[in-house]
Write a protein that binds this ligand. Structure first.
Ligand code: BGC
Length: 747
C-alpha cells in the first residue's frame, strides 16, 4: 500500500545522468493480482522482469511537484515469476533538470527520486506489498545525460555499476493517482528527404514540425558516435538553423555498442522537423534507419474538418499539429526552445479550439488543479506560467491570469460537467477577488506589468506588445472574468449577487474611464510599468484599435445601440491596414466572431483568406506545417523575426479554428444546455471555401454540418445525434428546431 513506500534517491547524486532503482524479490504462493504504482521526481521508465510497463512515456507528467505528483498504475499480474525484479530508470525530467529559461535547474527537487509500491493479492486472500525503501539498489544507467531542454546522451558501451543502497529522502508532496491523460508515442513519420546543405551538413527532413523524438536503428562499430541536433526550419540559404532554440541545446549523443542498437531518448522530448547529423559514423545515410515519433498527451480526437480550399485545409492541419505538439501533459507555448512552459495566456486563447479538436477535459482538469494550487499560495494571483516554474515568477497579466475563469467556463460549455465547474468556481472567484482588491481603482485594473496585446502588429514592426492600452485590456478582462463567475455560479445554483454587482460596477467604470460617445477614447495616460529591454511597452496607450473594439464588442462592454458604429469602426481600421488585422494574442481569438456577429462575415472571410502578412495564410503559403508564434516568424525577405523569440510551433493563433468551425460551418455548443446536448447550427457559407464538412464527436454524439455550392444555390446537410436538439438558422434567416436525424436544405 502507498503508506508502505518512502521516497528514495541514489546514495550519490548522479547529476545530469539517469540512474536505475532495482528491487528483487521471490514469491512462493500463487498470485491473483499484482499492481505496481510508481512515480518520481524526474521522469521514469518502469520495467518488471525486463518488460517495459505501460504505454506512457515521460511519466509521471508535470505537476506543481512541490505540492503534488501523480502516480501511475501498472497491472503486472501476468509478468510474475518465482524470482522477480522491479526496475525503475529515472532521469531529471521537469522536476530536477534545467527548466524555465536559463539555469533554473533543480527548481522543484534537489535530485532524482522515486516512490513506488507493488500490491500483491494472493489466491489464498492474503496480501503483501513490496515498496520503495533503503533496501532497493541503485545502479548507473546508460543514459549519462538527460535534460528536457538539452537532450540526451545514451552510451551503449557504458559499464553499469552498482552505486549502492538507495537513500531515503524527504519529499513533502502529495502522491495522487494520475488525473491527466497518459503521454504516449503517437504517429511515426518516415523522413521525406536527406539534404546536404550549402554548408555541407547532412540534414534529414521529416516533413512535419512536431514534438517527440527521432528513433535510430543502427549497427555501427563499438564506440562510434552519433550526434544529432534539432531544428524547425532551414534558413534562407537552406542551411540548418537552430538559433531560435536559444539556451536549449536539444542535442542527442549516442554511443554505439557494436551490435544492433535502437536509440531514442527515454526521459525527454524535442520539438523539430529537421535533424542534423552533426556526427554520424557512416558516409552513406540509410533513411530507413530513422523514424520520427510524435509524442503528446493521449487525448481522443473529436473534431474533423475539410473544405474545398487546400490552403485552409493546410491551416487546419497546422492547427491540429500545433495542438498535438503543445498538449504534452500541460498546455505549453512551444515545444522546442528553453521555455515549453504552461503559459496561461496561450492556453486560454486556444482553449475553445482545443476542445473542438480533442477531448481535453481530463487534460485540463489536471492542469487547472495545479493552477488552483499555485494560486492558493499567492492569495488569488494566477501567474503567467503554471506550474509556476521560475524562481522569479512570471508577471501577473490580464488575459493570462484570466485563464482561471475562461478555461473552466469553456470546458463547461464543451463537456457540461457541473462537478468540475464546481471544483473550479473557487479558483475563478479567487482571481476576480484578487483583481477587485488590487488597486489603484476599485473597479478598474490600471497599471501593472502586462503582456498586453502580445505580438500585435499596431505598435510598429518587431514590437512585442501592440498599441492597445494595457489598462483597457486589463479592465475589459476584469469585467469578462467577473461575468464568467456570475454565469458559472448561476449554473451551479449559487448566490452570486455580489459578483453581479461587481460586474455591473466594473462595466460602468470601464465605460466611464475608457469610452466616450459609444467609442473608446483615443489615448490613455501611460500607467504601465516599463520593462527593461522591451521598449515598445512605452507606446501602449491607444483606445481605438482593432483589439480594443473587438474586446468591447465581444465582452459586451457597449450598449446595444453603440454596436453598429463600433463594428463599422472596426471594419474601417481593418481597411486602413490594407484589409488586414493588427491584433495580437488578445484580440485575435474574438476578431472574426465579432465581425460575423455584426453583419461583416464578408470581412471575416477576407481576413481568413488574406495571404499578406499579418494573416493566417501567410505562414501556410510560406510552407508552415504548424502554427507560428509571430504572424511573420519568417519575414518576407527570408530573414527571421528574431533569434531570441521565434517559435514555429506556437498554437495561439490557431484559435481561428473556433470561428471556422463555429461560424463558417456554424456548429456551437449552447451554454444553457451544454456538451452539444442542444447545439446551435448556423452556417455562414462562402464561395472562397466552395464546400465545408465539419463534425464533432461530442459527449452527446456526432454533430455534423456540411455545406456546398452548386451554382448559386447552397446545399446544407446536417447530422444530429439522437437525443440532441439542434437550433438551426440558415443564412436567409429561416429557423428550424431539429431532433436526431439527417437533414438536407437548399437555399
Ligand atoms: C511565450 C508566450 C507567452 C509570453 C508571455 C513568451 O515567451 O512563448 O507565448 O505567452 O512569453 O507574453
Amino acid at each position: 500500500m502507498k503508506k508502505d513506500a518512502i521516497w528514495i534517491a541514489s546514495p550519490v547524486d548522479t547529476g545530469v545522468a539517469a540512474c536505475t532503482f532495482e528491487k528483487k524479490f521471490n514469491l512462493t504462493k500463487s498470485v491473483k493480482k499484482a499492481t505496481l504504482c510508481a512515480t518520481a521526481m524526474g521522469t521514469y521508465v518502469p520495467r518488471f522482469n525486463g518488460q517495459r510497463l505501460g504505454k506512457g512515456v515521460l511519466a509521471p507528467g508535470w505537476t506543481c511537484y512541490k505540492e503534488r505528483v501523480q502516480y501511475q498504475t501498472y497491472d503486472v499480474t501476468a509478468l510474475l515469476e518465482k524470482e522477480n525484479t522491479i526496475s525503475i530508470g529515472a532521469g531529471q525530467g521537469w522536476a530536477v533538470g534545467d527548466i524555465g529559461f536559463k539555469s533554473n535547474n533543480r527548481y522543484f527537487a534537489d535530485q532524482i527520486s522515486i516512490f513506488a509500491w507493488l500490491d500483491i493479492l494472493f489466491t489464498d486472500g492474503t496480501k503483501t506489498c513490496v515498496a520503495t525503501d533503503e533496501s532497493w539498489n541503485v545502479f548507473t544507467n546508460e543514459v549519462t545525460l538527460t535534460e528536457i531542454y538539452h537532450g540526451e546522451t545514451v552510451d551503449k558501451t557504458a559499464e553499469i555499476k552498482l552505486l549502492g543502497n538507495a537513500r531515503a529522502v524527504k519529499i513533502g508532496s502529495k502522491v495522487i493517482p494520475q488525473v491527466g491523460e497518459d503521454i504516449t508515442e503517437q504517429e511515426r513519420l518516415a523522413p521525406i528527404a536527406l539534404i546536404v546543405t550549402p554548408k555541407g551538413e547532412r540534414v534529414i527532413d521529416f516533413g512535419q514540425n512536431m514534438t517527440g523524438y527521432v528513433q535510430i536503428s543502427i549497427t555501427a562499430p563499438r564506440g562510434s558516435r552519433i550526434v544529432l541536433h534539432n531544428a524547425e526550419v532551414l534558413d534562407s540559404e537552406g542551411n540548418f538553423y537552430n538559433a531560435n532554440y536559444r539556451h536549449a541545446k536539444s542535442e542527442m549523443n549516442y554511443i554505439c555498442s557494436g551490435e544492433a542498437d535502437v536509440f531514442k531518448p527515454s526521459y525527454c522530448f524535442q520539438g523539430f522537423r529537421y535533424i542534423r547529423l552533426t556526427e554520424y559514423p557512416f558516409e552513406n545515410v540509410d533513411l530507413a534507419n530513422f523514424t520520427a515519433i510524435a509524442v503528446n498527451s493521449d487525448m481522443k480526437r473529436t473534431g474533423s474538418y475539410r473544405c474545398g480550399n487546400e490552403k485552409i485545409n493546410q491551416l487546419y492541419h497546422n492547427i491540429i499539429w500545433g495542438q498535438k505538439s503543445n498538449y504534452l501533459d500541460i498546455p505549453t507555448d512551444c515545444p522546442q526552445r528553453d521555455e515549453r512552459l504552461g503559459w496561461t495566456g496561450d492556453a486560454q486563447v486556444f482553449c475553445r479550439t482545443a476542445a473542438i479538436n480533442f477531448d481535453i477535459e481530463k487534460f485540463m482538469e489536471k492542469w487547472l488543479g495545479d493552477m488552483a494550487i499555485d494560486q492558493a499560495k499567492e492569495n488569488g494571483i494566477v501567474r503567467g506560467v503554471i506550474p509556476v516554474t521560475m524562481k522569479h515568477p512570471t508577471r501577473i497579466s490580464a488575459a493570462w491570469g484570466d485563464a482561471a475563469c475562461i478555461i473552466p467556463w469553456q470546458l463547461y460549455e464543451a463537456y457540461g460537467n457541473k462537478k468540475l465547474l464546481k471544483q473550479h468556481l473557487p479558483m475563478m472567484k479567487a482571481w476576480v477577488d484578487y483583481l477587485h482588491r488590487t488597486g489603484p481603482a476599485e473597479y478598474l485594473w490600471l497599471g501593472g506589468m502586462h503582456y498586453g496585446d502580445w505580438l500585435a502588429m499596431d505598435a510598429g514592426e518587431d514590437s512585442y506588445v501592440g498599441a492597445t492600452s494595457n489598462d483597457l485590456i486589463a479592465s475589459a478582462f476584469f469585467a469578462w472574468s467577473c461575468s464568467l463567475v456570475v454565469k458559472a455560479g448561476k449554473v451551479l445554483g449559487e448566490d452570486v449577487a455580489e459578483y453581479e454587482a461587481l460586474y455591473a460596477n466594473v462595466r460602468k467604470a470601464f465605460r466611464e474611464y475608457f469610452m466616450e460617445n459609444g467609442m473608446p477614447k483615443e489615448e490613455f495616460p501611460l500607467t504601465e510599468e516599463t520593462r527593461p529591454g522591451h521598449a515598445m511597452v512605452d507606446t501602449v496607450r491607444k483606445g481605438v484599435t482593432q483589439t480594443a473594439i473587438t474586446l468591447i464588442l465581444h465582452f459586451g462592454l457597449c450598449e446595444e445601440e453603440e454596436r453598429p458604429a463600433l463594428a463599422a469602426k472596426l471594419v474601417e481600421l481593418i481597411r486602413d491596414f490594407g484589409g488586414r488585422m493588427t491584433t495580437g494574442f488578445v484580440g485575435t481569438p474574438y476578431l472574426l466572431h465579432v465581425l460575423s456577429a455584426h453583419g461583416y462575415t464578408d470581412v471575416a472571410y477576407s481576413l481568413l483568406m488574406q495571404e499578406r502578412n499579418p494573416s493566417w495564410l501567410y505562414s501556410v503559403t510560406h510552407g508552415a506545417t504548424t502554427m507560428w508564434e509571430h504572424w511573420n516568424s519568417l519575414k518576407e525577405d527570408g530573414s527571421f523575426w528574431s533569434t531570441d523569440m521565434n517559435s514555429f510551433n506556437h498554437y495561439a493563433y490557431g484559435a481561428v479554428f473556433d470561428w471556422i468551425f463555429g461560424v463558417s460551418s456554424g456548429i456551437k455548443p449552447v451554454a444553457a444546455d451544454p456538451a452539444y446536448k442542444t447545439v446551435e447550427i448556423a452556417p455562414h457559407p462562402d464561395k472562397c471555401l466552395g464546400w465545408a464538412d465539419a463534425s464533432i464527436e461530442s459527449r452527446n454524439g456526432n454533430v455534423r454540418s456540411y455545406w456546398y455550392y452548386k451554382g448559386e444555390t447552397v446545399y446544407y446537410e446536417f447530422d444530429i445525434p439522437a437525443g440532441v436538439t439542434a437550433n438551426v438558422t440558415l443564412p436567409s434567416g429561416k429557423q428550424y428546431t431539429l431532433s436526431g436525424g439527417s437533414y438536407r436544405f437548399a437555399e
